[in-house]
Unconditional design. Structure first.
Length: 156
């Protein structure tokens, strides 16, 4: 590649990715966030805490039915330090790029996955999925099992 062509290619990447870097797509369709931390996290009108699917018990929720809103993004059972960036907002429907450290604890690569939610109120939201909306509700801390109470207190 000639020097002018390399310059144009580099300029194109800078224009597309911005100064903060790009996310790289992995084989599974998720993206690995290679950019530095961005201060532009999503501001959502939700209370921080542990949310479970409507049909799950707060006292013993299955891990697959659990999301933790940490005030910046949505942690799952096997991810932490998540930061959500608003990609699109239309009324109460919000599409996010939720970037997380892909491990329950410790160091791991940061991955980014899309997440579309419908805001219901400060304690309820629905996740838009291929199977239809899945509604989540926030659990009071005293109703959570000890392991989830410990995780919540460790994050605060």
């Amino acid at each position: 590649m000639s020097r002018p062509a390399r310059f144009v290619a580099a300029l194109s990447v800078l224009w597309i990715c911005g100064l903060s870097g790009c996310a790289q797509t992995s084989a599974g369709g998720t993206t690995v966030d290679t950019s530095p931390a961005s201060p532009r996290v999503a501001t959502l009108p939700l209370h921080e805490g542990t949310f479970v699917t409507e049909d799950s018990s707060c006292g013993d929720p299955p891990l697959a039915a659990l999301l933790v809103y940490n005030g910046q993004g949505f942690d799952g059972a096997h991810s932490h330090a998540c930061r959500a960036h608003v990609v699109k907002r239309r009324g109460n429907l919000v599409t996010l790029a939720n970037s997380c450290i892909d491990a329950g604890v410790g160091e791991a690569p940061r991955t980014t996955m899309p997440l579309t939610i419908k805001l219901i109120d400060a304690d309820h939201f629905a996740v838009d999925s291929k199977a239809g909306d899945v509604t989540y509700r926030r659990c009071p801390a005293d109703q959570l099992p000890p392991s989830l109470r410990q995780r919540a207190s460790a994050e605060n």
